[in-house]
Design a protein around this ligand. Structure first.
Ligand SMILES: Nc1ncnc2c1ncn2[C@@H]1O[C@H](COP(=O)(O)OP(=O)(O)OP(=O)(O)O)[C@@H](O)[C@H]1O
Length: 380
């Protein structure tokens, strides 16, 4: 396990951690959760959760409020006790390892900086508590501040810094010991969108550099899609799908994941033919189309996901299109957001690029829409 982030005086001076160049060769720990259970009275906040995280992976727990994300992170950190199952770090159970000996870096929504200390002192704090000698500590702090582009702010106190800068200090403090695991609980949710996006990119780059395993909690689906190697989608104390962002987005396994991650059109359709891998379907409005599918044996009816940006808009009818009436049309800068009702009564959300050739349609006007087999996915 990495050097501990013990926030107390050590009994004796420890040997300083070996100076490491910031590089990808420093690989984080594996995390394995096995049937983890946490209950609050009769309520089950984590219901037999199992998840394996690879060394150096950036994994995000994504889910609505109350789904159990923070609970899982707290169990991992040791802030709460586990009621069933086990958590292994690099194959070893951490059941009897107290928080301060787990050696994790942690970042929370509230920056939790020491207000009376400078940026340097805040970042140096874990090194000081671990008894690292002054010269090593100074070098490590300087390196880390540079990594977080904070070198010019080293002598400031938190009061003299913006929210985004303070959060970068909190991140610097969490990684200064080069922990093998970093836990981040909604670290960017107090920041405005632009700042959030720029720090997302910084955290992603930082992860590439330090190679720690990062477990990141958010309820923001676009943040999860942007940052993660894999996403674990949570709902009501369960992990309901784990996968790469592109697979979660394109091939969700349930209505819940399809609706929670990204915008979606869920179209009820009759299965005309199941070819295993693809299906031919007919929507209520009479559109016959092909869709990708995982279920080779389904028959009857199916729910098909079509993402708003995958719908093609046409001026005139074609053999593979269906007519729809525009019910809402908004100019949103780079995209147009259009809602249209198909003949069968289904409402479609459509997003398309704003181009010189395409103007915003009038409400009540008739458009023709179509999509190809590659653009839609039958939900299991
Ligand atoms: N100490 C506690 N006592 C009782 N119930 C709790 C406690 N902590 C959490 N819960 C409940 O457990 C469930 C999961 O909470 P948790 O904080 O893990 O959710 P979350 O997904 O992180 O939500 P959020 O995004 O709002 O932080 C919630 O229904 C919450 O009310």
């Amino acid at each position: 396990m990495a050097e501990t982030l013990a926030w107390r005086k050590p009994r004796q001076r420890m040997a300083p951690p070996a100076p490491r160049q910031a590089s990808r060769e420093m690989i984080g720990s594996s995390i394995s959760m096995r049937s983890v259970v946490k209950t609050y009275g009769a309520f089950c906040a984590a219901d037999r959760i199992s998840l394996d995280v690879e060394p150096g992976e950036f994994i995000t727990l994504l889910g609505p409020s109350g789904s159990g994300k923070t609970t899982l992170l707290n169990l991992l950190a040791g802030f709460q006790t586990i009621d069933g199952g086990e958590i292994l770090i690099d194959g070893r159970s951490i059941a009897h390892v107290p928080t301060h000996r787990r050696g994790f870096g942690m970042v929370f929504q509230s920056y939790a900086l020491f207000p009376n200390m400078t940026v340097s002192q805040n970042v140096a704090f874990p090194l000081r508590m671990a008894g690292v000698d002054r010269a090593t500590s100074d070098r490590r702090v300087a390196e880390t501040l540079e990594m977080m582009r904070l070198s010019d702010h080293a002598r400031k106190t938190p009061f003299e810094m913006s929210g985004g800068q303070q959060q970068r200090v909190a991140i610097a403090r969490a990684i200064v010991m080069r922990p093998k695991v970093v836990l981040m609980d909604e670290p960017l949710s107090a920041l405005d969108r632009r700042l959030r996006e720029s720090i997302q990119i910084e955290i992603r780059a930082l992860h590439q550099t330090i190679g720690s395993t990062i477990l990141f909690v958010t309820h923001d689906q676009s943040e999860a899609l942007t940052m993660s190697d894999r996403i674990a989608v949570m709902d009501k104390g369960h992990i309901i799908q784990v996968g790469r962002p592109v697979d979660i987005y394109r091939q969700p396994q349930s209505r819940f994941v399809a609706s929670f991650v990204g915008e979606s059109n869920l179209i009820e359709a009759e299965i005309l033919e199941n070819r295993g891998g693809t299906m031919r379907l007919r929507s209520r409005s009479g559109l016959v189309f092909d869709a990708q599918s995982r279920d080779a044996s389904a028959s009857g009816t199916a729910t098909v996901l079509v993402r708003p940006e995958r719908i093609a808009l046409r001026e005139t009818a074609t053999a593979d299109s269906v007519a729809a009436t525009v019910t809402s049309a908004l100019f949103m800068g780079e995209t147009l957001r259009i809602e249209a009702e198909m003949a069968g009564g289904e409402t479609l959300l459509i997003r398309c690029q704003d181009t010189a050739a395409r103007s915003l349609p009038q409400i009540g006007s008739r458009i023709h829409v179509s999509w190809g087999a590659q653009d839609c996915w039958v939900l299991a």
